[in-house]
Design a protein around this ligand. Sequence first.
Ligand SMILES: [Zn+2]
Length: 321
Amino acid sequence: MAKRYIGIDLGGTSMKLGIVDEKGQLLYKMEEPTLTDEKAESGISRMAKSIRRLADETDTPWEEVGGLGLGLPGFLDIPGGKILRLTNIPWENVSIKEILEEELRVPVAIDNDANVAAMGEAWSGAGASFSDLICVTLGTGVGGGIIVGGQLVHGVSGLAGEIGHIQVVEDGSLCGCGQYGCVETISSATGMVRLVKEAISEGRQTSLAAKKEKLTARDIFEAAKEHDAVAIHVIDEATVALARVLAILSVVNNPEAFIIGGGVSQAGELLFRPLTEAYTRRCLSHASAGVQILPAQLGNDAGIIGAAGLTAKQKMNRRMA
Ligand SMILES: [Zn+2]
């Protein structure tokens, strides 16, 4: 019997739930608000009810559900299925895997949001034809997920893939992690906006000055199309810093492809062309040969699909073993 897998992508504003088939295709999805003052007990019980409702409303027999995966923002004990602390949601030290397995009687797996997005792209998105790849999410921060032989790499404390915190500038800007000069302070949307604001306060001429308070990364790419010198310079700085990180990762992991997602990746060729050029210039030529830098394909669904993949892919590998 064909199995179905449930994926949940929990964020600070919404909880996205979906049912995914054995090939990683999203069949149904729904979205509910995340209540930031809701305690773990009632939040998880609401989550379980929503899962049951999604299955009922889509006529998915519960016996067909092969597992449930969750992508969570924050610090986790991944093998133990435990939330240590979440970002913007007040749940601490909660054995969420145990609670949901008890409640729903299906295998449950958890992982962090950047890793599940990588798993989604690797399963049925831009990375589907590769077994070794690294996904990079360029949004308000820089996230990452590393897949080797089709499996996520976690490392000893689950921090493998936190590539946003590779330092690229000695004594650079303060990062949210407490260190200085991380690539996240330069190549994320927030980092690029910061660099433009710095240029404006140094008195540099730019069309972006008019938008100063509401400036977005999209505005910066738009201004670069109109040959704005500050915008061009900031995009150059952002792509060179990220290229340096990709070059480092190439000699560490030697992946077949880098998949770039998140809001900043919407810039398309304006990002991918200079990034690929800067990467090729900086990377050991044998490590970069044939490596593709590609845009992510699943957009906001990557998290749901990848979360579902946590249990689906585990099962497949066990079956193969
Ligand atoms: Zn950092």
